[in-house]
Structures are given as structure tokens and as C-alpha cells.
Ligand binder design. Structure first.
Ligand SMILES: Nc1ncnc2c1ncn2[C@@H]1O[C@H](COP(=O)(O)OP(=O)(O)OP(=O)(O)O)[C@@H](O)[C@H]1O
Length: 906
């Protein structure tokens, strides 16, 4: 279009200028009640938003055009953001009526994934971050801002640390300074190449100096300053580029190591915020979220994501929860009033961005109305933290009064059309309104007066938009019309007139009405500006309300679920009758279990599939997370150390959907653990080493355990199906075995029935019960029977030790992956269950196949072809992409083909 620019109409040429100024965005251009896009942009908008692609015809040609209604823009904007577009909103910045020629337009906002501020596009519970990275090596800095609330934070450190921090915060959009590392990001984001100049030291200092008085004192290094500078400059650009964002009142520096570090893997595998299985759907957040308002909800997420490591801070939170637990009346009253609290942080930012309307200000007033009530409910509290919180609640009576007196209780959405400002607030406005009212009254009495004067009983006074006020006289009465009537309009049966006085009044009414609307808007804008002045006090209030809401929520959850206050600062993890906070809520009777892990101990946990190993390990970690976040915990008693990090490495099969080599990923995560864990860390390892051959897997598991035990000293829980690992405890003084118990009874068919007791006990497990678990899970009887035959064969044979790595003994032989010496692959009966659970089960299939292969070798060529076909099909099966049902069906079909082969052979 650039080449024909000279020939375009002024409007399209204006559109084109804006597109050139915002090359990375789709420009949406206000035309009346619509946002329009033209030419190529129109095609994209039509496709993504599913709106009709129309044509605009003018003297210069025909152009594609697509529009979205402004009133209803949110869902369309969401679609564009989801399709990875940035959207530049070009609003009309002058009234069409005032424009001489083309209406002036300017980009007032660039909407990008990291900078959305519209409530409809934001989630209540989580913050949407824009992030910026500058620097490299040990001097890498990461700055983030939540554009909707103004929360701006910066941190720095080694590249890997910052990469972890990025993964944890998962900003929706990321800016990179030219020298920033090219991180391998573990989350979806839009990477934006911002103007490199904004990241330069001087430019950044200047940007920052508009926000903080002494830029050098808030940031720790040049890299931090550059990251914040580039970040805020871009945030300003997206908000219309009118200078500093007033609502960013604080730029805070933080050190991620000052909180319990949970990396993205741990957050995911502990299911803090997202459930890994589409079926379960329950997360720690869902269980813990009894918050009453959005402020509290976001604070809860941030406390769970970043539990504290400060013993004093943790104790204070526990003190507050304890008191709120003891005072149910106060707690419930506080929660009730908090539920009337609007999203103050976002409200304040809208006020200072001049985006708040009259309803927002009323919402602010309602929120402020709740504050004295909350304070009153807390009047008798005795604990320091609650007293401090109560005393810190600023009622902002001045703001509350101002809004109460200025803004009507139920104002319209539109702030330019009157009906917003209360009577009695502004003398000039009242005067103009009085004039308007008086005029209208005069008109409304006119009919009666004129009927009397003319003697025409059917005379009517009315009003139309086009012609204004009129006096209507029907045709038969026209002869009685007085001389001062002037004809305005002729209808079929009547004539309409006006008088000079009526005309004068009409002009007065209209101009008073217009003036009143304009004045109202002016007064409203003044009130809004006065409120904006108090932004910082409002932010502080929001902060206290958020904290109070989370503490009350913790107390409510503790009351409802029988949680107990943990004792902090212990030297060991000691839990009596601990429960998994999420699993205990998802039905069935939950069996509480104890934990007693001294610092640096390594517990090797064995037990059949489904016996409760993973649940147990996660429960220990979740109890630690909850305690350090400030909550009570699901247990009868708990004494806990203050942990610095929690690491989790869960079985390779759980990551199969990730697409990458699961074993590589497993090992990369293991490397991080071995590298970064300390004596204050808790490490959960679930089936480490499973992603490779048995020999290698066991070797890695063994070496890992030894290393953690001897060198790292982290408290470690290691769930494994490698029963050989249980022997390790004999050599490692700080290691011990735990196992999960099952009850085995003889079933009616003579085979064993297994009941899971979900109870942890000392020592190693004696059996795997994989086949029984497979049966319980519904694996077809033919397969289960065949598996039993294999197990019996295995038991009769001498324990295989072809790998020369020790082999197994007695009962353990069945569960030991070492048994499967013929392939060197893992063939635990566990895998049968894994299959039923929707996980890959290459081990079991491999065992099955190898059985067939050796059969075939013995039987000669006659039956080998059929078996080879089966094998080929099996090898072609993409386990990662196969659902459990498909896997079972495939297995059943292969089995039938082999049965067929056996019958032919007989
Ligand atoms: N203490 C408990 N009380 C009641 N039910 C439990 C308990 N622990 C676990 N369960 C139930 O048992 C199921 C299996 O538990 P879990 O996944 O922890 O077993 P696992 O031994 O880790 O299995 P796998 O080795 O296959 O991963 C859970 O989904 C849960 O429903």
C-alpha cells in the first residue's frame, strides 16, 4: 500500500501512517462505534476474529475492511492476542463534531500479551507479567511488571538462576536486551525485540528516574537498572506513550533466594496450580483458596509460589492464623466484608491511567466502606501481626467522603453524558442544572397555558429530535391559532408551531443540558485526579487487605479440614499422621502417615504401584510448602525445618507428553538437583533412572543416592521399583528403607487378591504385586494370565544375572528390573499398571515380545512370519501417542494374532 500512498484518501493515509509507526502490531482504527482494519490487516482480523471481510470503496479504489464493535471488543482482542498478535488501538482523539475535516486519531494503547490491562482480558487469580532481561553471565537481571496493578520487581544473579526465576514467573511477554542470554524457555510467551536503545545505561537511568527518586539506590546493579529501564519504557509505549506510568509507585528489588525456591518442575509436579492429569483437576491452590477477594487470591498464589524462608515472618503468619482460627466470629465477619472489596490494585491503576469510570469510583467507595467494618471486626485481636495489620488499615475517609459526595450511587457507564455527579457537589453545575430544569418545567406547563389562551382543548406540546419543541394544533382549530405562532411543520391532520419564547427556552434548555454534561465530565475528571493523588495510600491499603484475606483464608481452611499449626525451626521433618491436602479431599478414606526424616537422611521407599508412594512423598513436600507459606498443615502434629529449596524429579513416564527425550530431561533435572541442592533442601526422587536400560538405570539410581547421601546432605525421599536399591542402606548410615504395605489374600480363583493399605512402614517391601495391580486396573484376563506364567517361570529359574550387576534374591527377584536380563530393558510388572494409567509401558511389552521371539527361535521358521509381523506392528506403535484404551486394544489384538498362530502350530 505504501507505493500508492499518495493516491489514498486522507483516512486511509492516516491509517497507513499508524501502521508504519507500529510495524509489529495490527492497527485497529476507530471509525464511529467500530474498530476497523484495512487491507492485509483486515484479512487477518477477519480470519482470527471470525468477522466478515467487507470492502471499502472510495474515489481511489476498493480495499478490504474488517471491523469489530468497540462495545464488545474484549473477546475479539482476546482472539487476536491468542493468535500471537499485538494490537495497536487508534482512537479518535477529537470529537467528530469538532473536527474540521478528518478526525484526528492516535494510538492510545498497544495491547500485547504482557501488557493487557482490561479486566475482561485478565485473570483474577494470577498476575500477568511483562518481563525484561538484560545482562548476561553472573550479572543477568530480570525485571517484571504487572501492568494491571503496577507491581514492578527486579532481581539479578547467575544466568541459570534467572532462567529458573523466569520459568517460575512465566511472563506472558518477554523483552530481551541485545546482550541478554537466549534462554531455553519452559513456558509459552511472546518474545518481543524492544528498542535496544531503551536498554542502554543512560536511557534506562532516565526512564527509571521518573519512577524513583534515587534510581541507583533501588536497583542493585547496572544490569538491573537496564532491565527495569527497558521494561518500563516499553510498558509506557504500550499505554500510549504519554510519559511515566503513575500507578507504578514502587520498584522493588528482591532476591529469589530469600524464599523457599520451587522451580517450575517442582511447581508442576506438586500440582500447586495446575493439575497434571486432566482427570483429577484438583490443585493445592483450589484446596487452599478460601479467599474472599481478588486481591487475596493473587496474594495467595504468590505466597504459595514463593513461600517464606524467614522464620520470624512464618511465625507471625502462623500467629495470625492461630488467632483467626480461635476467633471464628471475627474471622467470618472479616471475610464477609472482604468479599465486598473490589480489585483495589487494578482499580487504582485504572484511576491513575484516567481509565476509571464513575462505576469504578463507586466501587472504590464500596471497598472503602468495608474497611472500618473490617477494623471493627478485628478490634479485640491480641496477636502482634493481626494488631499491626488492623492498625495499618488506612480508612481513607477523605477519599471515601469525596467519592460519596461527588459520584451518584448508581451512575451510568458513560461518563460524558451526565447523570454522574451528585446534586450539591458543584455550585456551577447545580446552577446550570437548575436553569435546565426550570426551562423544562416552563415547557411542561406551556400546554395548559396555551390551551387556556387559545381556547383549543386539543392543543398539544411535544418534542422531536429533529424539530425540537412544537405546539400542535389539529386542522379544524387552525383558525384559532394566535399571531405569534410560527409554522414549523405540516402534518396530514395538523400543523406544528413554535413561538419566539418557546424557541428561546428550547435553546436555553439545550445549551444548559450540553453544558451540564460537559461540566459533569470536568468535575468527574477532577475527582478522579484527586483520587489518583492518593494512589500510594490506596496501594498500601490493598496490600494489607490482601494479606488479611490470605490469613483469614488459611484459618478458614484449617478450621474446615482440621489442620494444625506446625512448629518451625526443627532440625528434622517430623510429622504425625500427615495427610495429602489435595488427595484427602478427592474422595475415599485417606490413610494418614507419619514422617520422621532427620536432616540429610535418605529414605528409599518401595511398594507396589498404586500403594501410595508418590502421594506420600508429595504430601511431605506440600506440608513444608504450606507451613512456609504461613498456613497450618494437614497433620496431627508437625515439626519442620525451614527448607531452602524443594526439588522433585518424577518418573520419566510422566513426562512422555513433553515430546523430548524423557531420559535426557530426567538426567538434566537430576543434574540440577545434584548441583544445587543443599543440606537445607528437600529432594523427592520418583523412579529416577527408569527411562533407560535396567542396568544403567539402577546404576544411576544407586550413584545418585550415594552422592546425595555423602556429598549433598539434602533430606531425600526416593521412591523406586529397583528393589536392589534397598540394599544400599546397609552401606549408608543415614539411609533407611520404608515401604508401603498391602494385604494379600487368596482370591476365589486361587490367585492372590491385593488390597492397598496406603500405610507406610519401616523396611523394604517384599513383593511387587505388579500383575495383581494390572488385573485390578482391568488389563484383559488373557494378558494377566500370561503375565502370571512368566512370573512363575521367572521364580522357578535361577535369578538371572547376565548383566553381572548383582542380581536379586528371593521374592525381590520378581520385582527387580534386573530379571529381564535378556533385553537389558526395564520389565517391571509395574509397567502393566503404567499402561492402564495411560503411561507408556514399553517394559512390559518388551518382555512379552521377547518371550515371543525366543519362542519363535525354538519353533523354527514356520511360525516366525506371523510373530515377526506382530513384532513389526508392535515396534511401529508410537507409545507416546497412544491412549491407554488404544494400547489395550492393540495389545489385545496382537495377543489374538499370536493365539491364532499357536492354534495353527498345534
Ligand atoms: N494415604 C492414602 N490414603 C488413601 N488413599 C491413598 C493414599 N495414598 C495414595 N492413595 C490413593 O492411591 C492412589 C495411588 O497412589 P500413588 O500414585 O501415590 O501410588 P504409587 O505407589 O506412587 O504408584 P506408582 O508406583 O504407580 O506411581 C492415589 O491416587 C490415591 O487415590
Amino acid at each position: 500500500m505504501l507505493d500508492v500512498r499518495e493516491e489514498l484518501t486522507p483516512m486511509l493515509s492516516q491509517y497507513l501512517d499508524l501502521c508504519v509507526a507500529h510495524p509489529d502490531a495490527v492497527v485497529l482504527f476507530q471509525v464511529g462505534d467500530f474498530y476497523e482494519a484495512f487491507c492485509e490487516a483486515a484479512e487477518e482480523v477477519a480470519r482470527v476474529c471470525e468477522v466478515t471481510l467487507t470492502k471499502r470503496e472510495d474515489s481511489t479504489g476498493t480495499y478490504p475492511m474488517a471491523g469489530i464493535p468497540i462495545d464488545n471488543a474484549a473477546s475479539y482482542l482476546e482472539a487476536l492476542l491468542e493468535a500471537d498478535y499485538r494490537v495497536a488501538i487508534a482512537d479518535q482523539i477529537e470529537e467528530a463534531s469538532e473536527a474540521s475535516g478528518l478526525v484526528d486519531r492516535a494510538v492510545t494503547q498497544v495491547i500485547t500479551p504482557g501488557t493487557v490491562v482490561d479486566d475482561e482480558l485478565l485473570s483474577d487469580a494470577t498476575a500477568t507479567y511483562l518481563g525484561a532481561v538484560a545482562g548476561s553471565g553472573d550479572e543477568t537481571a530480570l525485571a517484571t511488571v504487572d501492568v494491571s496493578t503496577g507491581e514492578c520487581q527486579v532481581t539479578s544473579g547467575a544466568e541459570e538462576r534467572m532462567s529458573e526465576e523466569l520459568d517460575r514467573l512465566a511472563p506472558a511477554e518477554l523483552l530481551r536486551a541485545p546482550d541478554a542470554p537466549d534462554f531455553d524457555l519452559g513456558f509459552e510467551t511472546m518474545v518481543t525485540d524492544a528498542d535496544p536503545g531503551t536498554f542502554e545505561a543512560d536511557a534506562a537511568r532516565e526512564t527509571l528516574s521518573a519512577y524513583v527518586a534515587a534510581p541507583d539506590s533501588v536497583v542493585g546493579s547496572e544490569a538491573e537498572r537496564r532491565a527495569v529501564g527497558g521494561l518500563l519504557d516499553y510498558a509506557e509505549y504500550t499505554q500510549g506513550g504519554d510519559g511515566p506510568l503513575e500507578y507504578v509507585s514502587r520498584v522493588r528489588r528482591y532476591d529469589p533466594e530469600r524464599s523457599l525456591q520451587l522451580d517450575a518442575t517442582a511447581i508442576r509436579s506438586l500440582e500447586l496450580f495446575e493439575s497434571r492429569s486432566p482427570r483429577s483437576g484438583d490443585t493445592l491452590l483450589e484446596v487452599m483458596d478460601e479467599t474472599a477477594c481478588a486481591l487475596g487470591r493473587r496474594r495467595l498464589v504468590s505466597w504459595l509460589r514463593r513461600p517464606s524462608v524467614g522464620e520470624r515472618e512464618i511465625r507471625r503468619r502462623h500467629d495470625a492464623v492461630a488467632e483467626l482460627l480461635d476467633r471464628p466470629m471475627a474471622r467470618e465477619t472479616v471475610r464477609e466484608h472482604l468479599s465486598e472489596v473490589y480489585d483495589l490494585e487494578r482499580l487504582v491503576s485504572r484511576v491513575s491511567r484516567e481509565r476509571a469510570d464513575a462505576r469504578d469510583l463507586r466501587a472504590l467507595k464500596n471497598t472503602l466502606d468495608a474497611v472500618p467494618e473490617v477494623k471493627a471486626a478485628l478490634s479485640e485481636v491480641e496477636s502482634d501481626p493481626l494488631r499491626d495489620l488492623r492498625d495499618s488499615l488506612d480508612e481513607l475517609a477523605d477519599v471515601r467522603e469525596l467519592v460519596g459526595e461527588a459520584i451518584r450511587a448508581d451512575p451510568p457507564q458513560e461518563i460524558t453524558e451526565g447523570g454522574v455527579i451528585c446534586e450539591g457537589f458543584d455550585a456551577e453545575l447545580d446552577e446550570v442544572r437548575a436553569a435546565e430544569r426550570e426551562g423544562r418545567e416552563w415547557v411542561s406547563n406551556l400546554e395548559e397555558r396555551e390551551r387556556e389562551r387559545t381556547g383549543i382543548d386539543s392543543l398539544d406540546v411535544g418534542y422531536t429530535q429533529v424539530h425540537g419543541y412544537y405546539i400542535e394544533v389539529t386542522n379544524p382549530n387552525l383558525d384559532r391559532v394566535p399571531d405569534d405562532y410560527t409554522r414549523r411543520q405540516t402534518l396530514k391532520n395538523s400543523e406544528r408551531f413554535y413561538t419566539p419564547e418557546l424557541k428561546r427556552r428550547e435553546d436555553e434548555i439545550l445549551s444548559a443540558s450540553e453544558r451540564a454534561d460537559a461540566l459533569e465530565y470536568e468535575v468527574f475528571a477532577e475527582v478522579r485526579a484527586d483520587v489518583a493523588e492518593e494512589g500510594e495510600r490506596l496501594q498500601t491499603l490493598a496490600d494489607s487487605l490482601a494479606t488479611l484475606d490470605v490469613l483469614a483464608s488459611f484459618a478458614a481452611v484449617a478450621a474446615a479440614n482440621d489442620y494444625v499449626r506446625p512448629e518451625m525451626g526443627a532440625d528434622a521433618v517430623e510429622i504425625e499422621a500427615g495427610r495429602h491436602p489435595v488427595v484427602e479431599r478427592t474422595g475415599g478414606e485417606f490413610v494418614p502417615n507419619p514422617a520422621d526424616f532427620s536432616r540429610g537422611s535418605v529414605a528409599v521407599i518401595t511398594g507396589p504401584n498404586m500403594s501410595g508412594k508418590s502421594t506420600y512423598m508429595r504430601q511431605v513436600a506440600l506440608i513444608a510448602v504450606l507451613a512456609q507459606a504461613g498456613s497450618f498443615v494437614p497433620a496431627r502434629e508437625a515439626r519442620l525445618p525451614i527448607l531452602d529449596r524443594i526439588f522433585t524429579r518424577v518418573g520419566a513416564s510422566d513426562d512422555i507428553a513433553g515430546g523430548q527425550s524423557t531420559f535426557m530431561r530426567e538426567m538434566a533435572e537430576l543434574t540440577d538437583i545434584l548441583h544445587d541442592a543443599t543440606e537445607e533442601s528437600l529432594v523427592l526422587l520418583d523412579e529416577v533412572g527408569r527411562g533407560t536400560s535396567t542396568t544403567d538405570g539402577l546404576a544411576i539410581a544407586r550413584a545418585t543416592t550415594e552422592f546425595i547421601h555423602d556429598e549433598v546432605g539434602a533430606t531425600t525421599l526416593f521412591a523406586t521399583h529397583y528393589h536392589d536399591l534397598t540394599e544400599l542402606v546397609e552401606d549408608l548410615p543415614n539411609a533407611f528403607n520404608l515401604h508401603f504395605t498391602v494385604e494379600k489374600t487368596e482370591g476365589s480363583d486361587g490367585n492372590p487378591d491385593v488390597t492397598f493399605l496406603h500405610r507406610v512402614a519401616d523396611g523394604a517391601s517384599s513383593s511387587s504385586y505388579g500383575v495383581e495391580v494390572a488385573e485390578l486396573a482391568g488389563v484383559p484376563p488373557a494378558v494377566v494370565e500370561r503375565a502370571r506364567e512368566y512370573v512363575r517361570e521367572g521364580e522357578d529359574a535361577t535369578p538371572a544375572d547376565a548383566d553381572g550387576d548383582g542380581g536379586s534374591d528371593g521374592d525381590e527377584a520378581r520385582g527387580s528390573p534386573d530379571d529381564d536380563a535378556s533385553t537389558g530393558e526395564s520389565a517391571t510388572p509395574a509397567d502393566a499398571q503404567a499402561s492402564a494409567n495411560g503411561r507408556a509401558s514399553e517394559g512390559t511389552l518388551a518382555a512379552y515380545v521377547d518371550g515371543i521371539e525366543s519362542d519363535d527361535a525354538a519353533d523354527g521358521p514356520s511360525t516366525t512370519d506371523a510373530a515377526a509381523d506382530v513384532l513389526a506392528d508392535l515396534r511401529a506403535l508410537n507409545v507416546a501417542k497412544t491412549t491407554p484404551l488404544e494400547a489395550l486394544n492393540a495389545l489385545d489384538e496382537l495377543k489374538q494374532r499370536l493365539d491364532e498362530r499357536d492354534r495353527n502350530r498345534d
